[in-house]
Write a protein that binds this ligand. Structure first.
Ligand code: HEC
Ligand code: HEC
Ligand code: HEC
Ligand code: HEC
Length: 114
């Protein structure tokens, strides 16, 4: 009986974590909550700003090399270790909806994109 309750509790916790990850707050809201403005990411007509060949994200977080270092060892194949050069960060990281496992379109990699 006790075991059943523990299992129920665990599945409840797992379920609510999944809900929090998919139901927001999304990436843009989490940045705004840290004091950033829409204009930190957007032009006045709400296009995503750029940073050289990459999205604006790289101006604060760094390029793919920097991101590989930062997320090293979390997945067997690093999601930032990609082979398409100036791939937009926003192919995976969405501002106002859940992130997308872009690589999963061709590979079996399962990435949870924040
Ligand atoms: C951390 C960066 C970031 C911040 C801050 C941010 N956004 Fe975004 N926004 C994005 C990204 C990335 C996209 C493209 C992906 C998507 O649609 O989620 C986007 C897309 C949009 C779009 C859709 C544009 C289109 O062409 O479809 C609108 C509108 C928008 N944002 C408005 C806002 C507003 C208003 C704020 C401030 C409250 C804001 N954003 C703050 C990153 C950001
Ligand atoms: C104006 C600077 C700035 C810009 C532009 C920016 N970020 Fe951030 N971001 C931060 C800061 C500051 C933090 C909090 C400290 C940290 O985790 O590095 C953060 C945190 C994050 C986190 C981890 C925390 C979380 O809430 O998920 C991710 C992922 C992230 N940013 C992705 C992005 C992406 C993708 C873009 C482009 C769409 C972007 N950022 C644009 C400054 C920025
Ligand atoms: C192929 C999809 C993909 C692309 C493209 C991508 N990312 Fe990520 N990113 C991820 C995934 C997956 C994680 C979560 C890694 C983890 O769990 O540690 C992540 C995590 C992050 C984080 C949080 C790191 C932390 O300390 O937890 C930041 C910041 C970030 N990415 C920035 C960027 C920037 C900047 C770019 C573009 C130069 C970019 N990402 C492009 C998939 C991607
Ligand atoms: C449009 C399809 C496509 C997408 C999207 C894609 N890849 Fe690939 N990837 C390939 C192909 C094709 C190869 C070459 C396969 C081979 O040589 O066996 C490859 C090879 C690789 C390799 C080398 C594998 C090996 O065994 O040598 C890695 C690592 C890799 N991709 C990572 C990624 C990552 C990370 C992403 C997401 C950012 C991604 N790929 C997105 C098609 C894709």
């Amino acid at each position: 009986m006790k075991k059943v309750l523990v299992l129920l509790l665990l599945s409840f916790l797992a379920g609510s974590t999944a809900f929090a990850a998919d139901g927001g707050p999304y990436l843009a809201d989490r940045h705004v909550a840290r004091g950033m403005k829409c204009a930190d990411c957007h032009t006045p007509d709400n296009k995503l700003k750029t940073s050289g060949d990459l999205d604006v994200c790289a101006s604060c977080h760094g390029d793919y090399q920097a991101m590989i270092k930062k997320t090293e060892g979390r997945y067997e194949v690093n999601p930032h270790g990609q082979h398409e050069g100036a791939l937009p960060c926003s192919e995976c990281h969405k501002g106002h909806k859940p992130g997308v496992n872009y690589c999963g379109g061709c590979h079996n990699f399962v990435y949870k994109v924040p």
